[in-house]
Design a protein around this ligand. Structure first.
Ligand code: RIB
Length: 297
């Protein structure tokens, strides 16, 4: 089976839950607080591993309790972390996630994720190139992505970029990405097309631009028409990490050799199953969960 590498972020997610989120200047009493492993990179690695892929994570933690917590969690999740960078002068990334009625708001403090830089990936290039499918997000420095993608492209690797949090991606990098997976709020900024309709944007990147639109499904242009792969409807408890589950599952389906619309369908099912528990990773399905769901539907 093809091997997946995630080059990305690790955060400790601090969840606070309340019936309603406070307005500016307001103090409210919440209902619940917990910490869990998160970060878009870590989430996507765990999602792919639970679905049976061989996954290596390249990224950075601080020399602190949260860093050890991340390492232990990865071990339990069967994600290879031999090349993890421990930054002595930074704390492990942290995310403050407010959840209410299945909606969320997140602030990320990158910390050690800023050390997943060009120097780090350059020093592990040989190990990085042993993989076939690569997943990036934008919670690590852009210089890392701009350095690695041209190298991976030359080697004809499959490159998935989940451009979140959204930032502009340069044209020459965009051209080298195999699949770009923004959501409906991100694609205009990422592509530097502020006035572009979704249809226009999609038609410029056939079989490459995959826009996730929550309950509206996932859209791409197949070269002759825009295809919408419908979302699966479930009762959502917490949607944090649903996009990450989609990306991890999408990569696994690619590794299995599935064609694009099938990969999206697989990602959609995994994402739907993931929102039934609180926390980014708690609800991420294992392969058997997904197979059971497929048998029932
Ligand atoms: O996509 C969800 C993730 O975004 C959270 O786990 C949080 O760490 C932020 O990176």
């Amino acid at each position: 089976m093809k091997k997946i590498a995630v080059v990305g972020s690790i955060n400790s997610d601090y969840f606070v839950e309340a019936d309603v989120l406070p307005k500016t200047g307001e103090t409210i009493l919440g209902n619940n607080f917990f910490r869990a492993l998160g970060g878009k990179g870590a989430n996507q690695a765990v999602a792919a591993s639970r679905l049976g892929a061989q996954v290596t994570f390249f990224g950075s933690i601080g020399n602190d309790d949260n860093g050890n917590f991340a390492k232990d969690s990865f071990l339990l999740e069967n994600v290879e972390t031999s090349f993890l960078n421990v930054a002595n002068n930074a704390h492990t990334g942290a995310a403050f996630v407010e959840i209410s009625n299945s909606e969320n708001r997140i602030i990320v403090i990158p910390g050690a994720n800023s050390h997943t830089n060009k120097i780090y990936v350059k020093s592990h290039l040989e190990q990085i190139l042993m993989h076939d499918i690569f997943i990036f997000q934008l919670e690590i420095p852009m210089e890392t992505i701009e350095y690695l993608i041209p190298i991976l492209y030359e080697k004809q690797k499959i490159i998935i970029v989940n451009p979140a949090p959204s930032q502009l991606i340069k044209q020459d990098i965009l051209e080298k990405i195999t699949y770009l997976t923004p959501n409906e709020h991100e694609y205009q900024l990422v592509l530097d097309q502020p006035d572009s309709s979704m249809e226009d944007a999609l038609s410029k990147f056939p079989n490459k631009l995959v826009i996730t639109c929550g309950q509206e499904g996932v859209k791409f242009f197949d070269g002759s028409r825009i295809v919408n792969v419908p979302a699966r409807t479930v009762q959502a408890v917490d949607t944090t990490g649903a996009g990450d589950t989609f990306c991890g599952a999408f990569a696994v389906a690619l590794a299995d050799g599935k064609e694009l619309s099938e990969c999206i369908r697989f990602g959609n099912i995994a994402a739907a199953l993931s929102v039934q528990k609180k926390g980014a990773q708690a609800g991420m399905p294992y392969r058997k969960d997904l197979d059971q769901f497929l048998k029932r539907s």
